[in-house]
Design a protein around this ligand. Structure first.
Ligand code: MSP
Length: 509
């Protein structure tokens, strides 16, 4: 397998409503992982899109008095627009109402059928339209005569004829697979959750519905395909299923599904079981991130406290939002979206520590060193502690990114930025310049090399600000990959810098 190829996927988003911060969060994480891999020399495929079928979407269209297709066309566009606003580098945007997807889902179904994995029977049990999910009694909470899911979603009792997938046949094989591939589900705590769910017993899964129309028709039947089979297949459609080329297969074998914790069961249990059932290889990793609350409260449409990412970007800036979401909580944990914490992060980390530092140094060089890097340090760079610390940082950042420890990476990078601030305060080049300009020139050149390191390494996390930093340093586009993070590529004396423009203005109310 060529590990130079990586395939990253976001969940595809339900089009029953406007995009919110949860959608933006998943997309930003995937974008960061995709950019990181790309800068690390990998070829990437990165897909996102919209999940447009099912009862929930049909109900939303009816509520608006619109035909489902007209309705989904409009709402899907909102998600496409969000991808644009977020500037994510996805290579595909898939809609489940597209022809390429319908034929792929039907092919997938027929493969299950061919392998004797589907039978017809009658489903009677609980269903939550909100989650588009079936529930067993043991998963529900009973209050008086009303049952809800652990998250409070309403469930309805349904009884209808249905096709079933023989999920129960896969219990042992799934458990063996998890044992052999401990990183299949990450973080570890989620893997444990999945294992204990599977161990507690898997029932066959109802995979078709008859009580509504909006979906892909089961071949030679009046049934509608269960929206999760339809949706999960999108990950294969995007790489050309059923005609996956050898090259695309290399991407698939190194596929990372990044999802929210609420949809773990579908991705980590149903999906691998179905893939095994059609003798298809499995993706490499499923990473489940946590959920955001809004100022301490659960986000829900009914409480009217959803957060519009477009508004947040308008108010605070895109990189500012990205930085906050990625830095505030370890990936995998839940987080609280509080505007005061966001403003704090902007003003202290981004504006004071990073933006000001670079501006002060570059302005001083502009004024006193004719816009050019004062010294050539190539020969001695590997002996200068602060520079070496920068080169070493990227090694640990790479290691941590492999484990999806995005906030830890940012912590390391900003710890390094603190060190640079300390160096600047201790060496005081603006004072030493008056008595020992050579020393001031060397100290400033050291800092410029450190800025080159942080400009390059910050690109996946805050791409626009990093671009600004690298533009100010006048570094050409070909020299911005991680392979340039060594003394060979250090900027030499007389390398001309550009005038600094503000990188992160302070946020003032
Ligand atoms: N359509 C399914 C996914 C099918 S993938 C084959 C779906 N869609 S969704 O629109 O409801 O959710 C999309 C993503 O948003 C999920 O990963 C979910 O976890 C995430 N979030 C929704 N609300 C969220 C928060 N409050 N916080 C963080 N992420 C959240 O599920």
């Amino acid at each position: 397998m060529n590990i130079k190829k990586t395939y990253i996927t976001t969940p595809i988003f339900y089009v029953n409503d406007l995009p919110h911060i949860g959608h933006a969060y998943t997309s930003i994480i995937c974008d960061t992982v995709a950019r990181f891999n790309k800068l690390d020399g990998k070829e990437i495929l990165f897909t996102t899109g919209t999940d447009e079928h099912g009862m929930k979407v049909e109900k939303a269209a009816k509520k608006k008095g619109e035909q489902p297709q007209d309705f989904v066309d409009k709402v899907s566009q909102n998600f496409k627009d969000l991808s644009q606003t977020l500037g994510i580098i996805n290579t595909d945007f898939i809609r489940t109402t597209e022809k390429r997807h319908k034929s792929s889902a039907i092919y997938f179904w027929n493969e299950l059928l061919k392998n004797n994995q589907i039978y017809k029977s009658k489903y009677s049990g609980w269903y939550s339209v909100k989650d588009e999910s079936y529930y067993q009694d043991k998963e529900l909470i009973k209050k008086g005569n009303v049952y809800t899911t652990q998250d409070g979603s309403q469930v309805d009792w349904i009884e209808e004829e249905s096709f079933f997938f023989k999920l129960s046949e896969w219990q042992e094989k799934l458990l063996n697979f998890y044992e052999e591939n401990p990183d299949f589900v990450m973080p570890k705590s989620r893997m444990n959750e999945v294992k204990s769910f599977v161990k507690s017993g898997l029932k066959d899964l109802s995979i078709s519905r008859t009580s509504f129309d909006w979906g892909i028709k089961v071949p030679e039947s009046e049934h509608i395909m269960y929206v999760w089979i339809d949706a999960l297949t999108n990950y294969l459609t995007s790489i050309g299923y059923p005609n996956i080329t050898d090259e695309k297969m290399e991407y698939w074998e190194n596929c990372i599904h990044i999802i929210g914790k609420d949809i773990l069961k579908f991705h980590a249990i149903y999906w691998p079981a179905m893939l095994m059932a059609i003798n298809h290889t499995l993706p490499k990793t499923i990473f489940a991130h946590g959920w955001w609350t809004n100022e301490g409260k659960k986000i829900s449409k009914s409480s009217g406290n959803t957060i519009d990412p477009n508004q947040m970007i308008e108010k605070f800036g895109l990189d500012q939002l990205r930085y906050f979401l990625l830095r505030e909580v370890p990936l995998g944990n839940d987080g609280d979206f509080s505007q005061s914490s966001l403003i704090n992060r902007i003003n202290s980390d981004l504006s004071n520590n990073l933006g000001n530092l670079i501006q002060r140094v570059v302005k001083f060089i502009n004024k006193n060193f004719n816009n050019s890097v004062p010294n050539s340090l190539r020969e001695e760079a590997d002996k200068i502690k602060l520079i070496c610390q920068g080169y070493e940082m990227i090694i640990t950042v790479k290691k941590k990114m492999k484990e999806f420890q995005i906030s830890k990476c940012l912590e390391d990078i900003f710890f390094y930025i603190d060190e640079l601030n300390k160096y600047m305060d201790e060496s005081q080049p603006w004072n030493s310049f008056k008595i020992d300009p050579k020393k001031a020139g060397k100290d400033l050149s050291i800092l410029i090399e450190c800025f080159r390191v942080i400009g390059i390494v910050l690109q996946p996390f805050i791409p626009n600000a990093s671009k600004k930093i690298l533009d100010i340093l006048n570094i050409n586009n070909e020299s911005r990959g991680f392979n340039n993070l060594n003394s060979k590529n250090i900027l030499m004396s007389n390398h001309v810098l550009n005038k600094p423009s503000p990188i992160f203005p302070r946020y003032e109310k």
